[in-house]
Design a protein around this ligand. Structure first.
Ligand code: SF4
Ligand code: SF4
Ligand code: FES
Length: 429
């Protein structure tokens, strides 16, 4: 006869939760809307593996693996303190830096639990130095490839993959930093296709790959859209659990950028922000911009950065759209501010400019014509600076303006951060 387990009350971050005695803390928290990340955890492996420490929580002030904590009366657990959020993020960063993880090239990208946790925790540049280990990829097994660069040594395959007569297929070899998960080739060859496929699914990262097959959805995916059928039901549920309210959501500002009659030099300067760009994308989302390839506004933006002046009716139309859709409009660089090089043609009539450009140039021959089609933008009589077409709120001079300069202005406009502009920052290359 099956006995139902006694109910107990545990306290997670000050919130009471009632559950069966001995229930896994991960499951109880999850059922009550608290997200404790997990990586090596595998539902029916008991006791849990406890190898990754991604689930670290605090019990009685001591760090412990949350997946190994069982519910008992009076248990008090700390899960979502800023210190623990940062601690768990550090563990994920460590796992990334310990191996060689190049997600855009990885077959498991989009179905990888480590990658999902990186997104979940907002990881960008890890605080640890990359170790770039020189590991071999093992192509010798019959069904699978072992991509050792990505192994996090979670032990799932060692504990879970066996032949029909119970022989292990994976085992740990060597020790310390040299530890690798090796394959018993003889036993591996006895696996069926389905068993080998399951081994690939059990691996939470992209280490075990099937030769006969590939992951069906390669490529970059955001966590929110990630299909998670490749992970165990428990981890799938953990990943799908609603995020706790304690995880602060930063309301990002939106920025749009465009190049009109410019050379893209100002956009290149924006990219030159280097690491500041990483700070910036924590704070802002780019909407319509060559950076995103979004061609139409999908929302009203806080700030629009305009490179280049107006030399065609299309430039005018785009600039007006920016004025309509941006709270603050900024002319970035000399072309937007005074027309700059493209405006050199302003001293001669348009007809003469077109003849010079298309009929008289060094590469023109007797077949040359002035392009003319109703689909082509109409060239204006002269090049206009942006503020002569629409109201411009701010100007960032330079050709191109320096990356730091643009960064500081954007920060100032969006967040009121004060700064001085030294004379040297006005740059005309
Ligand atoms: S295993 Fe995961 S984290 Fe590593 S490269 Fe592949 S997708 Fe990225
Ligand atoms: S191969 Fe995959 S499942 Fe096995 S220990 Fe490495 S990461 Fe874990
Ligand atoms: S140690 Fe708990 S999920 Fe890995």
């Amino acid at each position: 006869m099956k006995h139902s387990r006694k109910e107990v009350t545990i306290v997670v971050d000050g919130k009471k939760m009632v559950c069966p005695e001995g229930e896994s803390l991960l499951k109880v928290a999850q059922a009550n809307g608290v997200f404790i990340p997990a990586l090596c955890y595998f539902d029916h492996v008991d006791p849990p593996l406890g190898t990754c420490r991604v689930c670290t929580v605090k019990v009685k002030g001591k760090y412990t693996a949350g997946c190994q904590v069982k519910a008992q009366e009076g248990l008090e657990v700390e899960v979502m303190s800023p210190e623990l959020l940062d601690h768990r993020k550090a563990v994920v960063e460590m796992l990334f830096t310990e191996g060689n993880h190049i997600c855009p090239l990885c077959e498991k990208s989009g179905k990888c639990v480590l990658q999902a946790l990186g997104y979940e925790m907002g990881m960008d540049t890890p605080r640890f130095t990359f170790t770039f280990p020189g590991r071999e990829i093992d192509y010798k097994p019959k069904h699978i490839i072992m991509e050792h660069h990505r192994c996090i040594q979670c032990k799932r395959c060692v504990e879970e993959v066996f032949t029909d007569d119970g022989k292990p297929v994976f085992y740990f070899q060597q020790r310390g930093k040299e530890t690798v998960v090796a394959v018993d080739y003889e036993q591996e060859a006895r696996l069926t296709y389905e068993q080998a496929h399951r081994a690939m699914e059990i691996c939470p990262v992209g280490t075990i790959l099937l030769k006969e097959d590939t992951i069906d959805t390669p490529g970059y995916r955001k966590y929110d859209k990630m299909p998670i059928s490749a992970v165990s039901p428990a981890v799938e549920a953990t990943l799908a659990a609603p995020r706790t309210e304690s995880a602060p959501e930063v309301k990002k500002k939106t920025v749009a950028t465009v190049s009109l009659a410019g050379c893209f030099g100002c956009h290149m300067s924006m990219l030159d922000m280097d690491l500041n760009l990483l700070d910036l994308i924590q704070l802002v989302t780019f909407n319509r911009s060559p950076f995103t390839d979004i061609k139409q506004f999908t929302t009203r933006c806080d700030i629009g950065l305009i490179e280049g002046g107006c030399c065609s009716d299309e430039n005018v139309e785009v600039l007006r759209k920016f004025r309509e859709n941006c709270e603050i409009l900024v002319s970035v660089g000399a072309c937007a501010i005074n027309g700059n090089l493209p405006a050199l043609r302003n001293w001669m009539p348009l007809e003469q400019t077109m003849e010079e450009a298309y009929l008289q140039s060094a590469t023109s021959d007797e077949t040359a014509v002035i392009p003319h089609h109703e689909d082509l933008p109409k060239i204006l009589d002269k090049v206009y600076p942006c503020h002569e077409v629409v109201k411009i709120d701010y100007f960032i001079p330079g050709c191109p303006p320096g990356a730091d300069h643009i960064y500081k202005v954007v920060q100032n406009l969006l967040f009121g951060t004060k700064f001085n502009v030294p004379y040297e920052e006005f740059k005309y290359d």
